[in-house]
Structures are given as structure tokens and as C-alpha cells.
Design a protein around this ligand. Structure first.
Ligand code: HEM
Length: 143
């Protein structure tokens, strides 16, 4: 990821309302609309889940320049997701819901360049997470 992409990601996150989980709740609402089959996989109280998701995303976005540490965390996160039963084809609706959350929350302030940056970031993050999930459960992810 180049420095312009990183800047677009960080600027878009900085525009989100501070300490407000409403956008993340909107993200989950959209995810469950796009992929209702994943709803039963979330057993935690959604306020707690929203906070964990938001904290993790904030950590990731603040570590974009620390490639090795970032990849290690994403792979560990992916490995845990394999344990939650997440399958590879369930990554796409999460990416769509994430971009939708920015569009809905930021409106015109979410520029096409920011959207491009999020598409690139999500492709990278889901690749690393899937890699982590394959490392932990090779037998269950092979055809
Ligand atoms: C950028 C991508 C993602 C991030 C940052 C993320 C973040 C998180 C975090 C922080 C947790 C809390 C537990 C933990 O830390 O292991 C979690 C749990 C979970 N995530 Fe994700 N996640 C992502 C992608 C996905 C995808 C693609 C799915 C597929 C549906 C998913 C489904 C779940 C489920 C089912 C749980 C467990 C909920 C529960 O036990 O109640 N996540 N996620």
C-alpha cells in the first residue's frame, strides 16, 4: 500500500464521529441485510462486538506503515475467524458493508479516492486473514 492510499484510509477514519458506535452498528445492519446467513454466527452482545470491531479496525489503520506486525495481527485475526466458522466467500459482503458504512456516514466527504483505498485495503486485509485461517485449519479449507 503506498503512502497516498494510507493517507486516504487514515483521513476517512478521522472523519468518523469520535467514540460513536452508530456507524459500526449500521455496518452490521447492512451486513445482515446482504448476508443474513451470517447473523447466527454472532453470539456476542452486538454493542461489545461493535466495539471490538471498531477498536481492531482503528489499530489496523494506525499500523499500516508497520507491515510485518500488521500482517501478523491480520493472520491471527483470520485464524480466530476460522474458529468462528467464517468461510472465504463470507469476506466479500463484509467488505461491501464496510464501504457502505463510509458512504452512508460521510456522504460526499467519502471521496472516490477514499473508496478506492478501502477496496485495496480490504483486498489486502482479507487476503492476510484468509491466509491465517488456512494456516490454522488446512484440512477444513482444502476442497
Ligand atoms: C477486516 C475484517 C474483519 C475485522 C477487522 C473483524 C474483527 C473482528 C473482531 C475484533 C472480533 C472479536 C473477536 C476477535 O478479536 O477474534 C470479530 C469476531 C467475529 N467476526 Fe469478524 N472481523 C472481520 C471480518 C469478518 C468476516 C469477513 C466475517 C464473516 C462473516 C466475520 C465474522 C465474525 C464472527 C462470526 C465473529 C465472532 C462473533 C461472536 O463470537 O459472537 N468477521 N471480528
Amino acid at each position: 500500500m503506498d503512502s497516498t492510499t494510507i493517507r486516504h484510509l487514515q483521513e476517512s477514519v478521522a472523519l468518523l464521529p469520535v467514540g460513536d458506535l452508530a456507524p459500526v452498528h449500521e455496518f452490521y445492519r447492512r451486513l445482515f441485510e446482504l448476508a443474513p446467513e451470517v447473523r447466527p454466527m454472532f453470539t456476542r452482545e452486538m454493542d461489545l462486538q461493535a466495539r471490538k470491531f471498531s477498536d481492531t479496525l482503528a489499530w489496523v489503520i494506525s499500523h499500516l506503515e508497520h507491515h510485518d506486525e500488521l500482517c501478523r495481527e491480520l493472520r491471527e485475526l483470520g485464524a480466530r475467524h476460522a474458529g468462528y466458522g467464517v468461510k472465504i466467500d463470507q469476506y466479500a459482503p463484509v467488505g461491501s458493508a464496510l464501504i457502505w458504512m463510509f458512504q452512508r456516514t460521510l456522504g460526499d466527504r467519502f471521496t472516490p479516492e477514499m473508496e478506492e483505498a478501502w477496496l485495496e485495503f480490504y483486498a489486502f486485509a482479507s487476503f492476510e486473514m484468509e491466509r491465517g485461517s488456512r494456516e490454522v485449519a488446512p484440512a477444513t479449507t482444502s476442497p
